[in-house]
Design a protein around this ligand. Structure first.
Ligand code: UDX
Length: 436
């Protein structure tokens, strides 16, 4: 099929390349000329495992190209919209500027029978408004939310755990759902659940999923807060409750909490939308989820400060990680970077290392000291804090080796990713999050 993908950020670039990899003829469109230039050369503008390979394969096959000209969308059967919906500068609601611009931009190039498939995360009610603008062209709007995780984006796009299509009622909707089934034919052939809903349900599925995940993380972090005043160990608690299949162990990792380009802004936008709908109280708990999450960053800083008897002034602190999670170079709302900034603000000499995220981190926090090489960053440290659980730090860094580099013996494990017993045995004073 011929597809266009409007917006070539994390979501759109991966979607375009993944769709080409399953045999479609795809044009990716974005207003950012630098991004398009880099994608056209087969270079991923951000770190995402597997993306460079499918980009170059797609371009070499002739099935994938990129453009800054919306006119190139003309002739595609399905137009995916994957632009960003960031948090508004002066509030919690989502900023729909880019979605509106994408829809207005593509409308002149739509043919009767085309599908416009929204993938961006939007406030419930948006699709119905956009459908009214698209309908006069004879094209159909569907809402097809995306659940990809950064770091696993290619796999999640090609082989998702479910597909959701919000469609209009009647025959038009049935036809639209059939077209999407054709687009996602390899996943459909593997019996991937394909759930057809109305617009509002499809929009809500996405925000509800992210709200649930954020709540799960804040739940275990709330338990960490209780563990801290009782001497309990939240990691054992998570293991024990996680054995209950109804609860499950995933996303019960207590630590410095969630960040990134999705969970924080999505729960805030959900709260804002619920308020608009007169149902603010229904998701009032999301304010608490947000508050717990932000408190954990302060707690990590408190642990470092406490370890140095109340002040980190002029202490050399090595921060392991800057990305909001491993397998990503994304520092948007990164708890890791936030902890580093807070320590810097308290007068510590902070050195940050990360396998992928240094350039992005430096762009927004040029005042901090970045060292690419892990061991170099550890040299002369009075204290070490793990904030992004990359394998390089969690699995591959032995406490004995770290001790040959650092001057001090304080380690704060902001992700509960280290083997506490091994670090203690090697002479370190180990502090976990919600652990004795
Ligand atoms: C998330 C959703 O998982 C995905 O389905 C949606 O499409 C976009 O938002 P992503 O932002 O890539 O994906 O990150 P995710 O893997 O969900 O992690 C989010 C944050 O939670 C990270 O900062 C991570 O470190 C943190 N986290 C995750 C925890 O603190 N504890 C956990 O147990 C799991």
């Amino acid at each position: 099929m011929r597809l266009s993908v409007i917006g070539c950020g994390y979501l759109g670039a991966v979607h375009a390349a993944a769709m080409a990899s399953i045999g479609h003829d795809v044009v990716g469109i974005d207003v950012d000329e630098r991004k398009i230039a880099s994608l056209s050369k087969g270079e991923a503008p951000f770190f995402e495992p597997g993306l460079p390979e499918i980009l170059s394969e797609g371009i070499a096959s002739g099935r994938l190209r990129f453009s800054t000209d919306m006119a190139d969308a003309h002739g595609a059967d399905v137009h995916f919209v994957g632009v960003g919906t960031p948090q508004q500068k002066d509030g919690y609601a989502a900023d729909l500027t880019y979605v509106n611009a994408a829809i207005d931009g593509v409308i002149p190039y739509l043919r009767a029978g085309d599908l416009v498939a929204g993938k961006s995360t939007v406030p419930v009610g948006t699709a119905a408004d956009l459908a009214a603008r698209v309908s006069p062209t004879g094209a159909t709007l569907v809402w097809n939310p995306e659940f990809l995780r950064e770091g696993f984006a290619v796999k999640d796009t090609v082989d998702p755990d479910r597909l959701v299509a919000g469609v209009p009622s009647g025959e038009e909707g049935e036809r639209a759902a059939d077209i999407l089934r054709q687009v996602y034919h390899p996943a459909i052939a593997k019996q991937t659940p394909f759930i057809v809903t109305d617009y509002a349900t499809a929009e809500l599925v996405k925000v509800a999923a992210n709200a649930f995940l954020a709540t799960k993380i804040s739940f275990i972090n709330a338990m960490a807060e209780i563990a801290e005043v009782t001497g309990a160990d939240v990691t054992q608690l998570a293991d024990a409750i996680g054995h209950d299949a109804r609860i499950g162990r995933r996303f019960l990792g207590a630590g410095i909490g969630f960040g990134g380009g999705c969970l924080p802004k999505d729960i805030r936008a959900f709260s804002a939308r619920a308020e608009e709908l007169g149902r603010g109280e229904s998701v009032g708990f999301l304010r608490e989820v947000d508050a717990i999450n932000l408190r954990r960053r302060d707690r990590a800083v408190e642990l470092v400060v406490g370890a140095f008897g109340g002040s980190v002034f002029k202490k050399n602190i090595t921060v392991l990680g800057a990305a909001f999670k491993p397998h990503s170079d994304d520092v948007r709302d990164s708890p890791a970077l936030d902890v580093a900034v807070k320590l810097h603000g308290l007068g510590a000499w902070v050195t940050i290392t990360d396998p992928e995220a240094i350039e992005n981190a430096r762009r927004i926090h040029p005042q901090l000291n970045y060292v690419a090489e892990r061991d170099e960053a550890l040299r002369g440290a009075d204290g070490v804090i793990l904030v992004t659980e990359w394998d390089e730090y969690r699995r591959d860094l032995s406490p004995e080796h770290a001790a040959t580099l650092a001057t001090g013996r304080v380690v704060v494990d902001g992700r509960n990713g280290l083997d506490a017993a091994a670090w203690r045995a090697a002479g370190w004073t180990y502090y976990g999050m919600g652990r004795p």
